[in-house]
Design a protein around this ligand. Structure first.
Ligand SMILES: Cc1cc2nc3c(=O)[nH]c(=O)nc-3n(C[C@H](O)[C@H](O)[C@H](O)COP(=O)(O)OP(=O)(O)OC[C@H]3O[C@@H](n4cnc5c(N)ncnc54)[C@H](O)[C@@H]3O)c2cc1C
Length: 280
């Protein structure tokens, strides 16, 4: 999985499946169910920390599900494997906007929906009208009012697969969206260009506070464990300086959490999803 995650760590999965279409996906799930093989759907792995022993079961990538369509009435549909920037660009060509804040967030619509990815105080689910989910073998549409979500969080049963999302957008001059994309990329180049593989923010911001400030106050900026390091550039980014293992990241995150708790009394919670066989 080190080849499929931005942190570039993690042992192998038993199976890596890339279904072609919805029928293929349904057949795959039926086959896995018959064999009692567990599975996990992923996007581009920009927010995943896979344990060193890897994944007992199957990884399902929806990278072939990448259609984006104009539904009219300022609504667009994007399948789970479409990349965030491609969605923003598609909307821009239609003179629509309001999701420019996801343009620089690396990853896919499926990953962004599951994480309620966001920036500058906005989360993608705020602009989402409904989701198409594959739940218990059935494809159905769910309106956001039926679902439970919040900051970097969408509560779904672990076996639900996000197939697509419908976004409700605003009329917006393409030039305005262009400016939004440019500003976002510029800011990210200066703040997020940490020089090493990362998963972006490792910890969630506690209510009303910035995780990076708490980590700085705890004196943890730059601290290293094995090949993992609290970035010198952005202290809420844990980076792989070369040859890191997942064990290094897990141990380093414990050090960070302990130090922050001691100095501020705040318990940080991981934003990255930690998956895979335990005791590694
Ligand atoms: C440099 C950098 C900057 C970043 N900046 C930001 C930022 O500003 N804001 C932000 O919110 N995040 C940021 N991130 C984190 C990351 O980009 C987001 O969390 C992104 O949404 C992950 O998308 P992904 O497709 O890679 O998902 P993955 O990492 O592959 O998966 C994330 C989670 O979603 C689940 N999932 C994925 N697809 C599906 C699906 N179709 N159905 C059901 N579950 C699914 C996975 O099982 C996993 O639990 C940053 C990361 C990096 C490396």
């Amino acid at each position: 999985m080190s080849r499929h995650t931005s942190l570039k760590v993690g042992g192998p999965a038993d199976l890596y499946a890339v279904p072609e279409d919805a029928d293929d996906l349904q057949n795959l799930l039926q086959g896995l169910k018959n064999l009692s093989v567990p599975w996990l759907t992923i996007g581009k792995g920009y927010n995943l920390l896979v344990r060193d022993k890897g994944i007992r079961g199957a990884i399902i990538s929806l990278e072939r599900f990448n259609r984006i369509a104009d539904l009219g009435n300022r609504r667009i549909l994007a399948e789970a494997g479409a990349e965030n920037l491609a969605v923003v660009r598609f909307a821009q060509e239609l003179g629509l906007g309001g999701i420019g804040f996801i343009s620089g967030i690396p990853g896919t619509v499926g990953g962004a929906i599951k994480m309620n990815a966001g920036a500058y105080g906005s989360g993608i689910l705020e602009r989402t009208e409904s989701l198409t989910l594959l739940r218990d073998g059935r494809v159905a549409e769910y309106r956001m009012a039926e679902l439970d979500y919040g900051y970097r969080h969408l509560a779904l049963p672990s076996e639900d697969i996000v197939l697509a999302a419908i976004f409700n957008l605003d009329q917006r001059e393409p030039q305005q969206t262009e400016e939004e994309i440019r500003k976002d990329l510029e800011l990210r180049r200066s703040k997020h260009n940490v020089g090493f593989p990362s998963a972006g923010s490792f910890f969630k911001n506690p209510p009303g506070q910035a995780a990076w400030r708490l980590i700085d106050a705890a004196g943890m900026r730059g601290v290293r464990l094995g090949g993992a390091q609290v970035s010198e550039v952005h202290s809420n980014f844990l980076v792989n300086t070369g040859g890191a293992t997942t064990h290094d990241f897990l141990e380093l995150s414990i050090l960070v959490k302990d130090a922050v708790f001691k100095t501020s009394g705040v318990t940080l919670e991981e934003e990255v999803r930690i998956v895979g066989e335990e005791n590694s």
